[in-house]
Design a protein. Structure first.
Length: 533
């Protein structure tokens, strides 16, 4: 085994950290081998270089320029390197054993040979571990992540714009597709439309799901949220929506109750009710008309009109009008996506999306509607997985990984959203039920710290802003200050991997995805030239 000697351990050595000096420059983040005799036994300890400084013993810090110049004339200044190494453990076959006491003073430090790194980091099972790239400091060594740990312990993928998030997600999806895994990608901007993920037999397993919303299947609170009605700011409109939805649902149930005297058995129209949103709007319109004819006090003695709903007298005309405007606006914005009696998203995944990369296309929805849809899907997925694991009767019979793009929008710091609640619930409870989360964000400081802290695995690409770095460090128990200092200097596609899905924290160059996906910058010059021809 060809080993390159770097230097020797000096100073006070600790079980988790040593200092060594050398004339040969080490590289930040590279693995080193510390070898010494422990009694009569030769010990090999693996470590990672976490800090490097260069100094010269003839040039103390308080030297003035004239002294430096004179020394330079008579002495060729080369300098030495002093490096700090974070110790990862004593090598035992293909595993690492934590040290109980420090290495010996004067222990030799070598560059870790590729053979040893391959033994430790390349010994994982092809069945369970996805090859996503290579060690940044040793391109011969493939890096695999444990997909089971992604499902059970969740994953955060964080970086600045252009840092390589989309490629990292695409690589992960490629690897899951090869293993017949089931994924739901919440696609906010259509970045994954047109992508072709291949199964183990080479067939396309991408399943695009166009969002269709059945308002009648949602709670009144969800419909209010889609309309932008917040309880704290618009409690009276919220009350109107609660009562209205309950009233209309009751009326529709009564209409569809079988009665041979009032049902045309030969009618081609199977549903006697109008579209649910039209029913809501029409009921409110009737109530506003009655209210105006009676006066704003709601006195029913001035008119013989029948009250459409029994809460008419407890509301004011402006409350009804405000709610009416919100519903009409909702229909104008996303009416093309509202359908009655559509198959729920979770049912579609359970029936047609098993073993596929399901891409939920949310383009065309505003963030209020997206928030409701994502939270609704997450909670239903959790319930169905619980039913299947506990009772064997759930609609989703396989583990599912849910990828949430733009996670900082749906789980923002300092603001309550329905998705934030759903993410927290899933992150806490889903470990035993096979529902994994992958949160993707380019604004870590905007992502709720409590949600972020429940992601046990991390792929952290380039992060420059200090507050983003601190926010990530606060949320992660395993991101040390040594690893934190790497983040601003990472190139696109280079990442720090930490968490139980890898054996030890790693610096990795993530491979390029073979699947075409969004996330790339637009070539504005080429676009201008094309349209000016």
């Amino acid at each position: 085994m060809n080993e390159e000697l770097l230097g020797y351990c000096v100073g006070i050595l600790k079980p988790n950290e040593v200092i060594f000096t050398s004339f040969t420059p080490p590289r930040m983040g590279e693995f080193v081998l510390i070898r010494y005799l422990d009694g009569k036994t030769e010990s090999d300890v693996l470590g990672m270089v976490s800090y490097i400084e260069r100094f010269d013993r003839f040039l103390p810090e308080d030297n003035n320029p004239e002294h430096v110049e004179s020394i330079r004339r008579i002495y060729r200044i080369q300098g030495m390197f002093r490096s700090r190494v974070s110790l990862l453990g004593r090598i035992r076959g293909d595993t690492l054993e934590r040290l109980k006491y420090p290495p010996m003073p004067g222990a030799a430090v070598y560059r870790a040979p590729a053979e040893i790194l391959l033994k430790i980091f390349g010994s994982h099972s092809e069945r369970t571990h996805a090859k996503i790239g290579k060690l940044l400091t040793s391109s011969e060594v493939d890096v695999g992540i444990d997909i089971n740990q992604v499902v059970s312990r969740h994953l955060a993928i964080l970086a600045v714009t252009g840092g390589g998030k989309s490629n990292a997600v695409a690589v992960l999806l490629e690897e899951i597709a090869k293993r017949k895994g089931t994924v739901l990608v919440v696609d906010v901007h259509g970045e994954y439309l047109g992508s072709t993920f291949k199964g183990p037999d080479g067939t396309n397993v991408t399943n695009t799901i166009d969002v269709e919303i059945d308002l009648a299947a949602l709670s009144a609170g969800d419909i209010a949220a889609m309309c932008g009605i917040d309880f704290d700011r618009s409690s009276r409109q919220y009350y109107v929506m609660m009562e209205l939805v309950d009233c209309v649902k009751n009326k529709r149930r009564q209409k569809t109750t079988f009665n041979p005297e009032n049902v045309d058995l030969f009618s081609q129209d199977a549903d006697p009710n109008p579209p649910f949103i039209d029913d809501l709007i029409g009921t409110l319109r009737s109530m506003i008309g009655i209210k105006r004819s009676r006066g704003n006090r709601g006195n029913g003695n001035d008119s013989d009109s029948e009250d459409p709903c029994d809460f008419l007298e407890t509301t004011k005309t402006d409350e009804l009008i405000g709610t009416y405007i919100r519903l009409v606006n909702l229909k104008n914005k996303i009416g093309d996506k509202i359908r009655d009696n559509v198959l729920p998203i979770v049912d579609r995944i359970g029936r047609f999306g098993v073993g596929k990369i399901n891409v939920l296309d949310l383009r065309g929805l505003d963030y209020d509607a997206m928030d409701v849809m994502i939270s609704h899907i997450l909670l239903n997925l959790l319930n169905e997985r619980k039913k299947y694991v506990q009772e064997g009767e759930g609609k989703v019979k396989v583990p599912v990984v849910v990828v949430i793009e733009e996670a900082h929008i749906f789980a923002p710091k300092g603001t309550s959203t329905k998705t934030k609640y759903a993410l927290s619930k899933v992150a806490r409870e889903a470990r035993k039920f096979g529902l994994g989360l992958v949160l993707v964000s380019q604004r870590p400081k905007g992502l709720d710290e409590n949600v972020l802290s429940q992601m046990n695995n991390w792929i952290i690409l380039r992060i420059v802003e200090p507050e983003d770095q601190k926010h990530v460090q606060r949320a992660s128990e395993t991101l040390s200050a040594d690893l934190l200092q790497y983040l601003p200097s990472l190139n696109p596609g280079e990442a720090v991997l930490i968490g139980p899905f890898v054996k030890v924290p790693l610096l990795v160059k993530i491979r390029l995805s073979k699947v075409r996906s969004g996330g790339h910058d637009i070539d504005a010059i080429s676009e201008w030239e094309r349209f000016s021809m």
